[in-house]
Design a protein around this ligand. Structure first.
Ligand SMILES: NC(=O)c1ccc[n+]([C@@H]2O[C@H](COP(=O)([O-])OP(=O)(O)OC[C@H]3O[C@@H](n4cnc5c(N)ncnc54)[C@H](OP(=O)(O)O)[C@@H]3O)[C@@H](O)[C@H]2O)c1
Length: 331
């Protein structure tokens, strides 16, 4: 059995370039007792992969998660033909001996839902939105939520959950097309942060009662003006810092200690992996998300590129803001 894999061909400097990637073909070993052979059906491209490249070397396979089919199983936990979530990197196939890289996927219980959604709105990005908004930020009915990179895989779900739970939600995104989509999704207000003017002024207009919850996906310069508009006992969930992932220096933002203290604002960074290690909470979150999706309350948009060779293109396009919703590849 052969597998194709995307490896790092040259060190990343700034935004990824096609020359940073190479596709290799390798022979896979025979499946041994306790192992599973999987074939990726859909592979995700996510911003964290760019940040993670600093830990990878030339020749390493790009890391990542996919929805995969078990082609051969010599372990009791997974059956041949089963659909699973597989963290095997950007590969078409893999022989998995470390079973912690695999996870059960709800696909078998819901044949009417596309398996691709389990790496999107009903998977890691969607669960990040749920966990960050409800558990970390403890957003409540009637509160005002502001989310940036709002038309992305995480942000678009943040806004929709906020509406489902009775909050007022304001989102920012980088094109007018994205802004129009946010309105379609039910955001109360949305604006193009590249053209709308100084972010502090824009947020003041769209959040006349201040911001209770700031779901931070971006980082950098816009942090300080947003902080100034936070209400007493406001919560800031630091989810991502995509504005700095291509930089060699860590992203920084000015903090105003006086504002934090006098308004009793809480800032908390988080990783969705925490939720993944809490089976009961994960089950509850996923159950609610799937329910909303089936009821038509949670809408999804997928940018699916066809063919394994498109992995670098999908990744680069997603990072550049070349579309809204979730980017992935149909292998
Ligand atoms: N903590 C966790 O466990 C966790 C889990 C998943 C994701 N995350 C983080 O959450 C954030 C959103 O993730 P996602 O998967 O939904 O990705 P995403 O928002 O779909 O990421 C792509 C978008 O980022 C925006 N962007 C790119 N460069 C930017 C810049 N310099 N300034 C502002 N916006 C920029 C672009 O949108 P515009 O056109 O609107 O600029 C682009 O479409 C990322 O920072 C990611 O690392 C964290």
């Amino acid at each position: 059995m052969k597998s194709r894999q995307v490896v790092i061909a040259s060190e990343f400097k700034g935004a990824p370039q096609p020359s940073n990637f190479r596709i290799d073909e390798v022979d896979l070993p025979a499946v041994k007792d306790g192992e599973v052979l999987v074939q990726n059906l859909f592979l995700s491209v996510d911003p964290y992969m760019r940040a993670y490249t600093q830990f990878l070397k030339v020749g390493n396979t790009m890391i990542g998660q996919g929805v995969a089919k078990v082609v051969e199983s010599k372990c009791d936990a997974y059956k041949t033909g089963e659909i699973v979530l597989a963290r095997c990197g950007w590969r078409t196939h893999a022989v998995v001996s470390d079973l912690t890289l695999l996870a059960k996927c709800p696909a078998s219980y819901y044949p009417d839902i596309s398996p691709s959604l389990y790496i999107g709105a009903l998977g890691m990005p969607g669960l990040t939105a749920y966990y960050g908004l409800l558990d970390i930020c403890k957003a409540k009915k009637g509160e005002t939520v502001y989310v940036n990179s709002a038309a992305g895989a995480v942000g678009s779900v943040v806004g929709q959950i906020a509406k489902i739970k009775g909050m007022r939600v304001v989102g920012s995104a980088g094109t007018d097309e994205k802004v129009a989509w946010l309105k379609e999704l039910g955001f109360d207000e949305a604006f193009n942060y590249k053209t709308a003017g100084p972010i502090g002024d824009v947020l003041k207009k769209y959040c006349p009662n201040g911001i209770d919850v700031f779901f931070e996906n971006v980082g950098g310069e816009a942090f300080a003006p947003t902080l100034s508009l936070m209400n007493y006992y406001g919560r800031i969930g630091v989810c991502g810092a995509i504005a700095g992932y291509n930089d060699s220096q860590p992203l920084q933002a000015p903090l105003f200690h006086g504002q934090l203290i006098s308004k009793s604002i809480k800032i908390e960074g988080f990783l969705v992996t925490t939720l993944m290690t809490r089976p009961e909470e994960l089950k509850k979150a996923l159950g609610e998300m799937i329910g909303w999706y089936k009821e038509g309350k949670l809408k999804t948009r997928e940018n699916i590129l066809n063919g394994f060779d498109k992995m670098p293109e999908a990744f680069m396009t997603m990072l550049k803001g070349g579309g809204h919703g979730k980017f992935l590849v149909k292998v």
